[in-house]
Design a protein around this ligand. Structure first.
Ligand code: FPP
Length: 246
């Protein structure tokens, strides 16, 4: 069962350029699409949705665009907080959100706190996020835990370490989608997507509607995930009776 879908929402700028519109209009349409995709993901019974909304490298964009993105994010959060409650969606963030502007940081913190009562559907916004920073932060936290005697160096394993990543207790995404025809990972969930299936869509994010999400999921279910095993082994596992070792 597909539990966690992660999306690199790309192509807002090109969507706008092709229509002779300012880039802000592309981002605005992109934000409108976020709500549609959140609703669709919930309706499909997928429990975790991670959206790459602002990367740690996006600060390099012109200041006016960064400011547009922040104000769109703020408006989105204020407008959608009722929708999150109505649909019992828990909001999480990954990334160094304390470096965002204070107002956005406070709104994010408040909504995360208020929605922490919900368990069935988790919306995770990656904001000021980059996998390499995340790994450095996790290593720092792990080292402190070792100093305090909470963790040991000899017990270091993926299972103990993964809890220190910002995605700590979320399952790894099984499906990572990137829109807009680009075939890059852009420092997104590098460790968590070690066994994920990638789906690259040529459609720009503002046009990547619920039907496109459904196509991506259909495609995912057609694939054979082998986790290092052979196809024969996987098929045997699927057909073996659950208590075959009894
Ligand atoms: C990529 O398009 C998109 C982004 C850098 C940001 C994505 C942000 C949103 C959809 C809006 C904010 C999100 C939320 C959750 C409110 P691009 O600008 O790189 O497009 P281009 O590659 O065509 O120029």
């Amino acid at each position: 069962m597909l539990q966690h879908v992660a999306i690199i929402m790309d192509g807002n700028g090109r969507w706008a350029r092709e229509r002779n519109l300012p880039r802000r209009e592309g981002h605005l349409k992109g934000v409108e699409n976020v709500e549609k995709i959140v609703r669709k993901t919930g309706a499909l019974g997928i429990k975790y949705l991670t959206l790459y909304a602002f990367s740690a490298d996006n600060w390099k964009r012109p200041a006016s665009e960064v400011s547009d993105l922040m104000s769109l994010l703020e408006t989105f959060l204020v407008k959608q907080s009722a929708m999150l409650h109505e649909n019992k969606i828990r909001l999480h963030t990954i990334g160094r959100i304390e470096e965002l502007n204070q107002k956005v940081y406070q709104i994010l913190s408040r909504i995360q706190q208020e929605t922490s009562i919900y368990q069935d559907f988790h919306l995770i916004l990656a904001l000021n996020y980059g996998s390499r920073n995340e790994v450095l932060d996790a290593v720092g936290r792990y080292a402190k835990a070792v100093q305090r005697g909470i963790e040991g160096i000899s017990q270091l394993s993926w299972t103990t370490f993964r809890k220190y990543l910002s995605t700590g207790y979320f399952p790894d995404p099984e499906l990572v989608i990137r829109t807009s025809g680009e075939h890059r990972i852009s420092n997104f969930l590098l460790l968590q997507s070690a066994y994920a299936e990638y789906y690259f869509s040529p459609v720009y994010w503002p046009d990547f509607g619920p039907d496109c999400l459904e196509s991506a999921i259909e495609d995912y279910y057609k694939r054979e995930r082998r986790f290092g095993m052979t196809g024969d082994q996987i098929r045997q596992e699927r057909t073996a009776p659950i208590n075959s070792n009894l």
